[in-house]
Design a protein around this ligand. Sequence first.
Ligand SMILES: NC(=O)c1ccc[n+]([C@@H]2O[C@H](COP(=O)([O-])OP(=O)(O)OC[C@H]3O[C@@H](n4cnc5c(N)ncnc54)[C@H](OP(=O)(O)O)[C@@H]3O)[C@@H](O)[C@H]2O)c1
Length: 301
Amino acid sequence: MRAIEFAEYGSPDVLRPHDVAVPEPGPGQARVAVRVAGVNPMDWKLRGGAMADVIPLRLPHRPGLELAGVVDAVGDGAPVAVGDEVFGWARTGSYAEFALASVIVRKPESLSWADAAALPVAGEAALRGLRLLSVGAGDVLLIHGASGVVGGLATQLAVARGATVIGTSGERGAETVRALGAIPVRYGDGLVRRVRDTGLRVDAVLDAAGFGALPDSVALLGGTERIVTLADPAAFELGITFSGGEPGDQNTGVLAELGDLAASGRLVVRHAAAYPLSEAARAQFESAGGHSGGKITLRVG
Ligand SMILES: NC(=O)c1ccc[n+]([C@@H]2O[C@H](COP(=O)([O-])OP(=O)(O)OC[C@H]3O[C@@H](n4cnc5c(N)ncnc54)[C@H](OP(=O)(O)O)[C@@H]3O)[C@@H](O)[C@H]2O)c1
């Protein structure tokens, strides 16, 4: 089968197509014929080597954390059957024609392949961030990166819970943020003043961007307690919660919830681009630019 791998850390050019063996599912696993693979910032952070100390990879490495596709073979006790249309987290890289998976659920019929492949990583992170912050009705929540994939999903989920959301974006993302039901504020110098100019007092902060907005967040809240970042390692020095997820956070309940919300139109994934598998390097390059304006996916099957 065709798969994208890299044998050394480096620029997107290290991503190369290879003919590799089709993986065999073990107990509890399914082999999925991948239709769409999601591209995430984690993919290029790992490829670039910046995280090699924290998450060392065995090279060659096949990227891809999430997938949507059709079950093609199952191991003993797999949670799905051959022929099922599924989505979820990949155990072997999803930048491939086939990948193994165990935390997967059936895809709601009305959910597109692209939406299904876009939900696991970003959707789980958005739900987790709101859970850790106990966001509920009446809260004023500041979301850094509301124009991004994770921030955009978190914005919709928080608004649906009755929170008022102030969402940061660049110049071009303001309309997107407004359409999601939030009050748009431009990120960058002067953020504290612009947030205060909304006339709202911030109760909690979710950083889904990771571009140095934690000190401003502390200034706005007057403390560190109700701040969670998904992306800024400065959190460790500032005594702020950095959430990368705990074992068990990636579960089928979360997938079912996300699938149901998206299939019923209560959660909308904004898509930026879909590339063929062979253009994985271009897809990661675009994601790493930081302003893709939506989800980037790879069309595989
Ligand atoms: N910890 C976890 O479990 C977890 C899970 C998933 C993702 N993440 C992390 O969360 C982050 C966002 O992921 P994503 O998939 O949502 O990425 P994304 O779609 O590319 O979103 C990036 C966001 O960052 C904003 N941004 C870009 N440059 C900025 C700057 N200089 N200052 C402030 N904001 C800026 C973008 O705004 P504009 O587009 O408007 O410029 C956009 O809102 C990534 O770092 C990712 O690794 C963490």
